[in-house]
Ligand binder design. Structure first.
Ligand code: NAD
Length: 506
């Protein structure tokens, strides 16, 4: 660390936890938060100890019964108010996200809007949580089922969407009547505190929503804690697998969303200009640090691949890399120097594996302050290469050529990651064959980033999601509630007799 970075450390603020309705400062282990544009430390983030974690769980546990018994209509009113405050604070949030993450402010505003849509969905909880009723399932016997909250539920989130991914979780969890502990990414923790403050302003009772800052120790503590009923996780695949295995071993309900390698198929009949625009945004937007980013372009036929490259290459060379606060910037820095160097190493790996590097995003960036990297483009990517098999999570797009649609489908279905995919074509039959046969959780037709809207649910297949439920939408309501089936009889006169054979309805 340079001397200037050292001196800057003494004066930086510490991001608090948020427990029991207020910001809480603690002493103990902590980590650095960077401004990725300058490479300087701008804040410290505390790493919760086991005792702090337990205190936080007890606070959330104590708040649960009161909130669970608050009528859904009243819970929804808090969320209506929160929605209004969130919209008013979207600029403050977007700047806080951009400063710690490095994505452009306009991109950060977009993430807040996508999160806000989940709040709007959750405002419909009185209807969403309705049960089912059957009168007279037997003579004088009625049956009904209701959905009840689970208790204390936790959300563990990644760095790349510090507002949107928490907002995929807690509006639905809270609407269902649970209390919530958010363990945000330690790389960009400030957005979580703004969200907590807005919830308090909206009238959410203290202790119902808490933020516990921390690293893997906090995650493992939440996985082991007997009073945490369920865990929603979003992050990389190895950690998602660990969270699912350990959480379910402890008898918790777990949904763990992992990494991705998203393919976009370009058919020979596609509008190439349209496909190029789509690829630029989907591969290089947010410097490729999106779980739905397109990282493989699958061109059907050499002619299609050559046309694509001809139009795409000048656009990738011209990508405007710069400060995220500058309106003209298309790509800001990556999250950390370590991650930027890892992405740069993948470019060397790709060359070593025999892929053809058409555009090298490294020159001019690696020796400058900040964690910047230009856009890179590979042709001749092959399925056995590491740059194809592994998630790079940076501004690197690989082109892979296949002879026909069937080969594209086989290729995609064989990849361990199966988060999102897209096809660009003018042929409805080809699109239909693709959407039907493809084994991927989210599919776009002439839509490069098919992130489902709030009232559909989000989730991948295979190594992109562990667990049974996708996130938000109706799947979210199911995840954050458990079903209770009630069979009731109100006899006019009490004439019950013990029955020793399996009860059947009479
Ligand atoms: P990450 O897995 O490193 O971290 C995610 C969370 O897990 C953080 O809160 C972190 O503190 C915690 N964590 C990290 N290492 C841990 C460990 N060894 N044990 C326990 N907890 C640990 O992910 P990231 O780098 O913050 O985010 C990028 C990854 O997230 C990418 O792989 C991306 O594809 C994925 N992602 C997936 C989705 C999706 O919806 N499928 C969405 C966003 C991001």
């Amino acid at each position: 660390m340079s001397a200037s970075a050292q001196s800057n450390l003494a004066s930086v603020p510490t991001v608090p936890h948020w427990i029991g309705g207020k910001a809480v400062a603690t002493q103990g282990r902590s980590g650095d938060v960077y401004n990725p544009s300058t490479g300087l430390v701008t804040a410290r983030v505390p790493f919760a100890s086991a005792e702090e974690l337990d205190q936080c769980v007890q606070v959330a546990r104590a708040a649960f019964p009161g909130w669970a018994n608050t009528p859904p209509l009243r819970r929804a009113r808090v969320l209506f108010k929160f929605r209004q405050l969130l919209e008013a604070a979207s600029d403050e949030l977007a700047h806080a996200i951009s400063a710690e993450h490095g994505k452009t402010v306009s991109d950060a505003r977009g993430e807040v809007v996508r999160g806000l849509e989940v709040v709007e969905f959750a405002c419909g909880i009185p209807d969403l949580i309705k049960g089912e009723y059957n009168e007279n399932v037997g003579t004088g016997v009625d049956a009904y089922s209701i959905r009840q909250p689970l208790g204390v539920v936790a959300g563990i989130t990644p760095f790349n969407f510090p507002a949107m991914v928490p907002l995929w979780m807690f509006p639905v969890a809270l609407a269902c009547g649970n209390s919530f502990i958010l363990k945000p990414s330690e790389r960009d923790p400030s957005a979580s505190i703004i969200l907590a403050r807005l919830l308090a302003e909206a009238g959410l009772p203290a202790g119902v929503f808490n933020v516990l800052q921390g690293d893997r120790t906090a995650v493992d503590g939440l996985l082991q804690h007997p009073d945490v009923a369920a865990i929603s996780f979003v992050g990389s695949t190895p950690v998602a697998r660990h969270v699912h295995q350990q959480g379910t071993l402890q008898g918790k309900r777990v949904q763990a969303l992992g990494g991705a390698k998203n393919h976009m198929v370009i058919m020979p009949d596609a509008d190439i200009d349209d496909a190029v625009e789509a690829l630029l945004g989907a591969a290089y937007g947010s410097a490729g640090e999106r779980c739905m980013a397109i990282s493989v372009a699958v061109a059907v036929g050499d002619e299609c691949a050559d046309r694509l490259i001809e139009k795409l290459s000048p656009r990738v060379r011209a990508l405007k890399v710069g400060l995220p606060t500058d309106n003209a910037t298309e790509m800001g820095p990556l999250i950390t120097g370590e991650h930027r160097n890892k992405v740069a190493d993948y470019i060397s790996t790709g060359i070593g594996e025999g892929a053809k590097l058409l555009i090298d995003g490294r020159p001019g960036f690696l020796d400058k302050p900040g964690f910047f990297l230009g856009g890179s483009l590979f042709d001749g990517v092959q399925p056995q290469m590491r740059i194809y098999k592994e998630e790079i999570f940076g501004p690197v797009l690989g082109i892979l050529r296949v002879p026909d649609l069937d080969a594209a489908i086989k290729l995609i279905n064989a990849h361990p990651y199966a988060n999102g995919t897209a096809i660009f074509t003018r042929n409805g039959a080809a699109a239909r064959a693709f959407t039907s046969a493809i084994e991927v959780g989210m599919v776009g037709v002439n839509v490069p980033l098919p992130v489902p809207v709030a009232f559909h649910s989000f989730g991948g297949w295979r190594s992109s999601l562990f667990g049974d439920h996708h996130i938000y939408g109706r799947e979210g309501v199911r995840f954050y509630t458990r079903l209770k089936a009630i069979t009731q009889r109100w006899p006019r006169e009490l004439e019950s007799r013990a029955e020793f054979s399996m009860p059947t309805m009479k």
